[in-house]
Design a protein around this ligand. Structure first.
Ligand code: DAH
Length: 337
């Protein structure tokens, strides 16, 4: 029996040393209920009273030795597996990182922010107005009664007879003057709508920026000074501006404002079509009817207003010849700016 136990021990230890998985199967094979050691112990009944404790002790030693070996080998295998995993998942922290592709703001958004910065620098406040607007604010309060021909050039989308998508940012002038007493110095950027078919220079949705200043003693000189400073900031310090008489129902007098061509400096080139000047906005002195409609006395207060198309500025600045490119959002195009 001693011999048998010795063999079991040797075999078990050897098998465990060689095992690289499935230790549990070996435990069952040697120590399980139907295992080899158990089979030997079952035969102990046949032993003499002197032999029994000796063999019993020996059997316990063998069991202990096998158990210890199982524990050790399991730990060894676990450590080896861990080492392998660590080696496989090793990270080289010295490898240079992958630079994530960074997006940037859309050229229209950038232009809007640039415009805002310029006017904030001159003490203007930014206000917003609704895109879904009442006929009253978009037209009537701006001195454009029903049937006025100016409505033709600003045909827009109607929700009802009275409610429409604003065709200009000018209604924000009225909304501001209704709420706030002079001094007023605001700009209002935002989306506007017109029922125009899409082509290289038209879109049913585009962006404008409105400006309004109302106070005592505001003159056309203030308008000119403000727009000149704006033009220099936006198009370069050498930029000049010029006013051409025009008509807008809500300003009197009204003007269209040009900047000297920032490509040729005013000499005339292909970009300015030989003119030397490029039209950028409409402006004028706020019409007394508009002031009165907002309960502001035109005998006491005066003001100037201006409105520009943000798309137009972007197209001019970046020499883009088709407005549709701004809306298609082809990243290959957009990322150039
Ligand atoms: N709202 C005008 C338009 O969309 C632009 C404009 C012209 C705005 C003169 C003004 C202004 O404030 O004074 O055509």
């Amino acid at each position: 029996m001693k011999e048998k136990l010795k063999n079991i021990k040797e075999q078990a230890l050897a098998a465990l040393s060689a095992a690289d998985a499935d230790i549990e199967a070996l435990r069952i094979k040697y120590l399980g209920k139907k295992g080899e050691l158990t089979a030997v112990l079952r035969g102990m009944g046949a032993l003499s009273a002197e032999e029994r404790p000796v063999i019993g002790q020996l059997a316990n030693d063998v069991r202990a030795a096998i158990e210890e070996k199982i524990t050790n080998r399991a730990a060894e295998l676990k450590a080896a597996a861990q080492d392998m995993k660590l080696a496989a998942e090793k990270v080289d922290v010295t490898v240079p990182g992958k630079e994530p592709r960074r997006g940037h703001l859309h050229p229209l958004t950038k232009a809007q922010r640039e415009l805002e910065d310029i006017f904030i620098g001159m003490g203007f406040e930014i206000v917003e107005g609704p895109e879904v607007e009442l006929d009253y604010y978009n037209f009537q309060a701006l001195n454009i009664p029903p049937e006025h021909p100016a409505r033709d050039t600003q045909d827009t989308f109607y929700i009802t007879d009275n409610i429409l998508l604003r065709s200009q940012t000018s209604p924000v002038q009225v909304r501001t003057m209704e709420k706030k007493h002079p001094p007023i110095r605001i700009i209002s950027p935002g989306r506007v709508y017109r029922s125009d078919a899409v082509d290289a220079t038209h879109s049913p949705l585009f962006h404008q920026l409105e400006g309004l200043v109302v106070d005592k003693n505001i003159t056309m000189g203030d308008l000119k000074g403000t727009l000149e400073l704006f033009a220099k900031r936006m198009f370069g310090e050498d930029t000049k501006i010029r006013f051409r008489p025009h008509h807008f129902p809500f300003t009197e007098p009204s003007a269209e404002v040009d900047v000297s061509c920032f490509k040729c400096g005013g000499k005339g080139c292909r970009f300015c079509k030989g003119e030397g000047w490029i039209e950028i906005l409409g402006a004028g002195m706020v019409h007394p009817n508009v002031l009165r409609g907002c309960d502001i006395d035109p005998e006491v207060y005066s003001g100037f207003a201006f409105g520009l198309g943000i798309e137009r500025i972007v197209l001019l600045k970046h020499h883009i010849d088709d407005m549709r490119l701004l809306y298609e959002n082809d990243v290959r195009f957009i990322k150039q700016f």
